[in-house]
Design a binder for this molecule. Sequence first.
Ligand SMILES: [Zn+2]
Length: 232
Amino acid sequence: MSVLEQLLEYQKKDGALRKIEQELASSEERKKLVQARSFMKNAETRIAAQDARAVELKNLRDQLVLRVEEIGHGLAEYSDLDEMVDGGGDVSFYKKNALQLQERLRAIKAELSKILAEIESLSAEYKKLMEQGKAANKQAKEYGDRYKAVQSARAPEINALNAELAKIAEGIPKETMEKYKQKRSENVFPVIVPLTGGMCVCGMDLSLAQQKKLEGGDVIECEHCRRFIYKA
Ligand SMILES: [Zn+2]
């Protein structure tokens, strides 16, 4: 068998292998596995973002609680206003200060209650997200097992084809085989195509000189799609 014939034989078997690969890739089991994995990943990202926000909120809460305490102490100093006035202090000045402190306290307490509400809603969301993540994790494992079973079912066919391919490849120059495999990995298929109406399958015209080269059973590479072209 000529190299060209062997290449064509190789490609025929490789086409059968490719079909199995495509069937596996487009199987329901794999689609669901991919979906569950992407959901899991998404949940993980969101959980990490919530963790960071929770730390921020707790820090804010602690700061505000400290300020509430500080202002509380400040206000306590005005509890004996009568004595302070008796001691010669300016009542209107003290009252103004006390009112200002009370105003600040109100504002800080309002801020604090907003933060506490956000912490609460965040922790509810967090709980939900953790549950969803757990469910997705379980599902990913389940679909992973199912997909493995589908793969195992096709393994004998795949192994047999690979063995046949390896045998045919023995009669093909290594360099040619490498080029073939490179194209195959780039999802170019078929890799070897017959010259049709002076053109490659991609529509690229071949010069007469190039066409002449094919006469003797040679194979040339298409300048456009890089497939191997032969003359049938
Ligand atoms: Zn081409």
